[in-house]
Design a protein around this ligand. Structure first.
Ligand code: BG6
Length: 487
């Protein structure tokens, strides 16, 4: 894919995501000479900025950041423009079309337009229609691409509906659904690690793997996003998308080639093989939790219900733990324990592969197991644990480990998730974006959990700063196992 001249249109330009993630990512791409030679960024939202005041605001937001050089920043800022329209009013889109025509001519960026929907989700269905009314979905004069932020839908029905509405005007190949976890270097590495190493590839199945843990933990609470989060909860916010994507990367079949559709075919296939959750699973294999106030390292942290924007009777889950299975040839019978939560002891995302023990326990039944810990973040890397003879008399085995840290690579600057994804969208590479069938499969899989959430016994409490409700420990304890408690 080549990087062609382009106009990047950001809807929701006065919002938090634009300032915190999108503009910094575009700046870094610009500073690394990765953006096309000719490009413009047109911010669109209701707020009444001019080009100048929009530039000033973002200049101020970026100037004190790490890795920002003032000369480069001034050059970058000149590419920014702003248009104040109400994106929910179709009659104002003529102005957008005219502005884009002008920018395209003045800057030689033509009619290649990348539209980024960073607005409230209620506008995701409308904006594409209104763009189409101005012909801004037609590719005769240049490509048109639509990036849609998460959440893509609220449940299966609304996700399908949104898909149908967008597909009336945009083809699937023009659509880029963001799941920023796919933009993470270490998530992509799951594929390279699995399919480029003859040492591990043959073992990656039910014959050799005993069970798998996937943890996506955060120490932060809802951070002023209570209003959004209370209507969402951990299942929609993290589990349905990020965690299931990571699971898919760890379990999918090898793609026939490193091409968008070849990879996305395998992702969809494994997601469609998640074993549907029965009523029994919901009762025995699912734990939903909500954090309560607690003192952590000398600081009193509020409970979830005390967070701004959250109802004081809220039953929204801030923790999900689930034991699940994949109904296919490779994974039959292997349990996957997947958990995510806010206000856990630390921020950590990792996949832990536990290998089966050797057949006969000559060194005692407590001899170490083999495990691979694939650390997605922070301290990105891989750790392999295995048994070794404990020095001294006798034949006791002890666990030791070998570690690789990304930091130790010479070329250690990893593109952030948003840098990678924006760059790919500009290039027209959809590999790391969620495809329609995959998103649907994930919603269908979590749908019974969404219904079960309403059940009066569904929610357990856990003290902020702990690893979730005690019931979540029982999920593994009942199988004679325990979660790894990473630090
Ligand atoms: C977002 C969720 O999608 O992912 C947030 O809405 C969450 O609630 C965030 O904090 C986690 O992302 P990361 O990249 O910090 O792990």
């Amino acid at each position: 894919a080549t990087t062609e001249n382009t106009n990047i249109v950001i809807f929701g330009a006065s919002g938090d995501l634009t300032q915190r993630k999108l503009i910094p990512a575009l700046y870094q791409l610009f500073a690394s000479n990765l953006l096309p030679e000719k490009f413009t960024v047109l911010g669109v939202s209701r707020s009444g900025y001019s080009d100048e005041s929009f530039r000033d605001k973002l200049h101020k937001a970026l100037e004190d950041s790490e890795n920002v050089d003032s000369v480069t920043l001034s050059r970058f800022i000149e590419h920014l423009y702003y248009l104040s329209i109400d994106p929910s009013d179709s009659s104002q889109y003529g102005k957008l079309k005219a502005r884009l025509d002008d920018l395209g001519q003045a800057h030689g960026t033509g009619a290649n337009n990348l539209f980024y929907l960073a607005t409230p989700p209620s506008l995701y269905g409308l904006i594409p229609q209104y763009l189409a009314e101005q012909g801004l979905n037609k590719e005769s004069d240049g490509w048109k691409r639509l990036i849609v932020e998460k959440p893509f839908g609220y449940n299966t029905a609304s996700a399908n509906e949104l898909d149908d509405v967008i597909h009336e005007k945009f083809k699937e190949s023009q659509l880029y659904r963001i799941d920023h976890y796919l933009g993470k270097e270490t998530v992509q590495n799951l594929l390279v690690f699995r399919f480029s190493n003859g040492m591990f590839e043959p073992l990656w199945n039910r014959n050799f793997i005993d069970y798998v843990e996937i943890t996506g933990g955060e120490f932060l609470g809802v951070e002023g996003r209570g209003g959004y989060y209370d209507g969402s909860g951990a299942v929609r916010d993290m589990f349905q998308n990020h965690l299931l994507q990571v699971l898919a990367m760890a379990t999918m079949e090898p793609p026939s080639a490193i091409r968008a559709d070849a990879i996305r075919d395998e992702v969809a296939k494994v997601m469609q093989s998640f074993q549907p959750l029965s009523d029994d699973d919901l009762k025995k294999n699912l734990v939903l939790g909500q954090y309560t106030a607690s003192e952590v390292r000398g600081e009193m942290l509020p409970g979830y219900r005390e967070e701004p924007g959250v109802s004081d009777e809220s039953r929204t889950e801030t923790y999900v733990g689930l034991k699940m299975f994949i109904d296919n040839w490779r994974w039959n019978g292997v349990p996957f324990y997947v958990r995510t939560g806010k206000r856990l002891p630390t921020r950590v995302t990792e996949v832990v592969i536990h290998f089966k023990k050797t057949p006969h326990p000559v060194f005692g039944k407590d001899a170490p197991e083999n495990k691979l810990i694939i650390r997605i973040q922070p301290d990105e890397g891989i750790q392999m644990s295995f048994g070794l003879k404990k020095p001294g008399a006798g034949f006791e085995a002890q666990e030791v480990s070998m570690q690789f840290h990304y930091q130790s690579l010479e070329e250690a600057t990893l593109l952030t998730a948003y840098e990678r994804l924006l760059l790919d969208a500009v290039k027209g590479d959809a590999t790391l974006f969620a495809r329609s069938d995959a998103v649907k499969a994930c919603w269908e899989f979590v749908e019974p959990i969404l219904e079960y959430k309403e059940h009066p016994d569904a929610l357990f409490g856990y003290a902020a700063g702990t690893w979730g409700p005690k019931e979540a420990d029982d999920l593994l304890k009942n199988d004679d196992r325990a979660w790894r408690f990473p630090c």
